[in-house]
Design a protein around this ligand. Structure first.
Ligand SMILES: C[S@@+](CC[C@H](N)C(=O)[O-])C[C@H]1O[C@@H](n2cnc3c(N)ncnc32)[C@H](O)[C@@H]1O
Length: 462
């Protein structure tokens, strides 16, 4: 197929592309199929662990490198590491990087428990310093100048150090004693230390939700409601979150996360742009003495203008000390079609640096029918356009496109309701070979039988 410029595509789409004949067995699995670290924290537009497994089992063997340049919550690298592969993830969003890193470079349960015990002791010694601060903040959340120690600063109320204003909507979200504990933990945890990073990631997963497992009940678990809505809702209803003990809730979360042993495979999490992730992944693998070529990529690039990862996670990013607005300015999720296709071409060109000659590349691409309420045609058949305008010109070989209908009650449709209607209705799986050998390997694996027992009795396909 001859390469075409992105601007030509609108004229002659849709193009007929070969179907990739794979049974979508991942849809028949239970909701939480896969390693118990997967549900550490909800993440918008993540794909199910079973989807990653369907390809990991077919197109990689234990010891192989499996890569995801847009790793999000870390589904692909975690599932790869759980199946004894080297799971490598990259994301430009520091929150996604933290989740991926927590999952592929985890502490042991004993290390995590010991750290929680140390935090409890620290809290017992310092609670009288933190509680008055939190009580004052909660009593008048909108008071200008209410300052708290910065995340990771190690600073304490009343002492000299690094302080910052606490947003009113944060103070409103928690009972004041829960807030005091959170402020203490937030200032104490060091995100560059693996155990602390894991605990911080686990806390983001229990920060808000509608049951006694969560530290705030003011919002659902899946994403943060708009800050203004939270303030108005609290003012209108007088609602306050019940008191929750951060350490008790965290210990219960650890029990759930460690229901299964930590992944037996190695893993690596990189922070940066997907366009140069191939080279960075290769260098990082080499530096660790690991194989430096990936035999498989399973990834879902950001959708066209669909998700704002900073804005919809503002309470979690506050807890971690990340700037939600800066995240949204940086991420490539606001593109229209033409720049999106150019971006995808750059991503695929950059991937080459880490791809094995016979690598299989699976891109999960959602069709987007509505953009901020307006019906658009440019998002439909996007996978075909990515093939034509980005993958073919970069010398990839097309194995085919599979269609994965997303049931209406899943993912973002459920969250945003019909009002926004921005959710993905159909995912298309664009399956490529890095070379002709990769394309043949992709086609040859479609009929392989995959073991869906989890935890697995045997890890390789039959
Ligand atoms: C659809 S999500 C991936 C979800 C992932 N498959 C999972 O299961 O969690 C797309 C990801 O792309 C990331 N992203 C957006 N622009 C990026 C860029 N230029 N480089 C790397 N990652 C980027 C977003 O932060 C987001 O995590």
């Amino acid at each position: 197929m001859s390469p075409r410029r992105a601007s030509q595509l609108a004229l002659d789409l849709p193009v007929e592309l070969p179907p990739f004949e794979i049974e979508p067995e991942w849809k028949a699995q239970q909701r939480l199929w896969g390693h118990s670290f997967h549900p550490m924290c909800s993440y918008l537009a993540s794909f199910p662990a079973g989807l990653a497994h369907a390809f990991i089992a077919r197109y990689s063997r234990p010891g192989d490198v499996v890569f995801d340049p847009f790793s999000g919550r870390g589904t692909t690298p975690l599932q790869a590491a759980a199946e004894r592969r080297v799971g490598v993830g990259n994301d430009l969003n520091p929150f996604a990087h933290l989740l991926t890193s927590a999952k592929v470079e985890p502490p042991t349960l004993a290390e995590a428990q010991m750290r929680v015990a140390a935090l409890r002791l620290g809290w017992a010694a310092e609670s009288t310093t933190w509680e008055p601060l939190a009580r004052d903040v909660a009593a008048d959340p909108s008071a200008a100048g209410a300052c708290v120690p910065r995340a990771g600063s190690g600073d304490r109320p009343g002492a000299a150090g690094h302080f910052e204003a606490i947003p009113a909507e944060v103070a409103i979200a928690f009972h004041h004693r829960t807030l005091a504990q959170l402020l203490f933990v937030r200032s104490t945890l060091q995100l560059d230390v693996c155990t602390d990073r894991f605990l911080a990631a686990a806390i983001t997963g229990i920060l808000h939700g509608k049951s006694a497992s969560y530290l705030s009940e003011i919002m659902p678990n899946t994403f943060s409601m708009a800050p203004r809505y939270v303030c108005e809702f609290a003012a209108r209803t007088g609602v306050r979150s019940p008191e929750r003990d951060v350490f008790d809730c965290l210990e219960r979360k650890l029990d759930r996360l460690f229901r299964q042993p930590i992944p037996p495979g190695r893993g690596l999490a990189l922070l940066g742009d997907a366009r140069d992730a191939g080279g960075r992944a290769r260098d990082a693998l080499r530096a660790r003495g690991l194989p430096d070529r990936a035999r498989l990529v399973v990834t879902s690039p950001p959708y066209l203008r669909v998700v704002k990862y900073g804005y919809y996670n503002w309470l979690r990013t506050w807890f971690l000390g990340f700037d939600a607005r800066a995240i949204d300015e940086q991420l490539d999720d606001a593109h229209h079609r033409e720049p999106y296709l150019a971006f995808m071409r750059d991503v695929l060109a950059g991937l080459r640096a880490v791809l094995a000659g016979d690598a299989v590349v699976v891109l999960v691409i959602g069709d987007v029918e509505l953009d901020r309420g307006r019906r658009i045609s440019s998002g439909v058949g996007l996978a075909g356009q990515v093939w034509e305008a980005a993958a073919a010109p970069e010398g990839f070989r097309l194995a085919g496109i599979a269609t994965d209908e997303i049931s209406a009650d899943r993912k973002m449709t459920k969250l945003w309701g019909e009002e926004a209607g921005r959710a993905t209705k159909t995912d298309r799986l664009l399956v490529l070979g890095a070379t002709e050998a990769g394309r043949r390997r992709a086609l040859g694996g479609t009929k392989s039988q995959v073991d869906w027992d989890w935890p697995p009795r045997r890890l390789r396909v039959v």
